[in-house]
Design a protein around this ligand. Structure first.
Ligand code: MEV
Length: 416
């Protein structure tokens, strides 16, 4: 089903129906596969079952990021995003990376962590010892709570006791137990929360305290992806800038992000432009991914960029990205959202870890595109051209034209 050649020259010039035909033919999809997208991928009745007080469906454009080659495989990547130029920029950068062999990367096993807070613990170190002495029994207990995940090859892998309050000079009496669970192809939130709630009474009894919060942590730092890219200087050249100069300017922009948290935040925003678009399209929890990314970026005590770029002295710009990516290919929204199911079919990944690696590649491509533009001609030229195209081609509803101020091209002060 997946598109096995993600180079489709001139795709952007086709009218939307012709793009669908092209992809349907390449992906061996039925003629009407795309019809679900005409209602935003979600019908009203399903929306009404999904959330409370529903009054409709709120749609986003869905496009394809092209030119992606990741670990030797091609991917046409579904991206749901409202910001003009994100898809074009990522596709453009993916083509540059492709010139150097594409992205390479791997993901950790899909391990998520449940946190069980224990309060009013009289002797924290004694509680720690009591709990750790029963680690095997406790892990077996965790597995009893999630038999279907265990049957699928996942389940509890390890348990740790943390005394974060004491470490930070805060309340003694608080002990936190972390249970690490392999979620296989699920994102895992429900599973983790089941384990946290199910184990809390036993842990509270062992600690001599009482159970506090029982929930997963979104700082999923055991579920990292690592991506690498190596781009020949020539692929980075712009009309006005030689490839080597562009590469050096990108490396300098990367150092700026390492030195300055204000810049690092924007640098990471550029990464999340690509990451979130795929996370949303594939029906995953983008708030969880965002929370994890930024907590990880700040984990050293200083907010840092999630990627870095440098020149290697051999004619290449090199880059790497490391970040947590808690995403799934089964369960959750996928069960109900036809658009997300179509997106996953188009992408054709066979596991949550492969999905995470592809998402990391799209984040890295978005980042490279932004840095190249910023470090050479500036972001406004290409970006605002896309904004103008988007705003000028949208016909305004009659009542909007008369009763409301007209839709304007964003001003120069608008978010880049
Ligand atoms: C805009 O959506 C993203 C950028 O600000 C990212 C960056 O500055 O690196 C262009």
């Amino acid at each position: 089903m997946a598109i096995r050649d993600s180079r489709i020259p001139g795709f952007y010039k086709l009218p939307l129906p012709a793009r669908r035909d092209e992809i349907a033919a390449r992906g061996d999809l039925g003629e009407d596969a795309f019809q679900v997208l005409d209602a935003g991928g979600l019908d009203r009745a399903t929306a009404d079952r999904m959330v409370e007080n529903a009054i409709g469906v709120y749609a986003l454009p869905l496009g394809l990021g092209l030119n992606f080659r990741v670990n030797g495989e091609d991917y046409a990547v579904p991206m749901a995003v409202e910001e003009p130029s994100v898809i074009a920029a990522a596709s453009n950068a993916a083509r540059m990376v492709r010139a150097g062999g594409g992205f390479h990367g791997e993901a950790d096993d899909p391990i998520m962590t449940a946190q069980i807070e224990l309060l009013e613990v009289p002797h924290a170190t004694k509680a720690e010892a009591e709990i750790l002495a029963r680690k095997d029994t406790l892990l077996a207990h965790a597995n009893e709570l999630i038999p279907r995940m265990v049957a699928r090859g996942g389940g509890a892998r390890d348990l740790e006791v943390r005394l974060p309050a004491r470490d930070q000079g805060g309340d003694v009496g608080r002990v936190v137990v972390h249970v690490h669970i392999d979620c296989r192809d699920a994102m895992g939130a429900n599973l983790l929360n089941t384990v946290a709630e199910g184990m809390a009474p036993t842990l509270a009894a062992l600690s001599g305290g009482k159970a506090g919060l029982r929930i997963l942590t979104n700082l999923s730092d055991k579920r990292l992806v690592r991506l690498r890219a190596r781009v020949p200087f020539a692929a980075l050249a712009t009309e006005a800038t030689a490839g080597e100069d562009a590469a050096e300017a990108i490396a300098s922009a990367s150092r700026f992000a390492e030195d300055d948290a204000y810049r690092a935040a924007t640098h990471n925003k550029g990464i999340m432009n690509g990451v979130d678009a795929v996370v949303i399209a594939t029906g995953n929890d983008w708030r969880g991914v965002e929370a994890g990314a930024h907590a990880f970026a700040a984990a050293s005590g200083r907010y840092r960029p999630l990627s870095r770029w440098w020149t290697d002295g051999e004619g290449h710009l090199q880059g790497e990205l490391v970040m947590p990516l808690a995403v799934g290919t089964v369960g959750g929204t996928l069960g109900v959202h036809a658009g997300a199911r179509l997106a996953q079919r188009l992408l054709g990944v066979d596991s949550a870890t492969t999905l995470a690696v592809v998402i990391g590649a799209v984040g890295m491509a978005s980042n490279l595109a932004a840095l190249r533009a910023l470090a050479t001609e500036g972001i406004q030229r290409g970006h605002m051209a896309c904004h103008r195209r988007a705003t000028s081609e949208i016909p305004l509803p009659a009542e909007t034209e008369t009763a409301r101020p007209p839709l304007r091209a964003p001003s120069a002060e608008a978010t880049p």
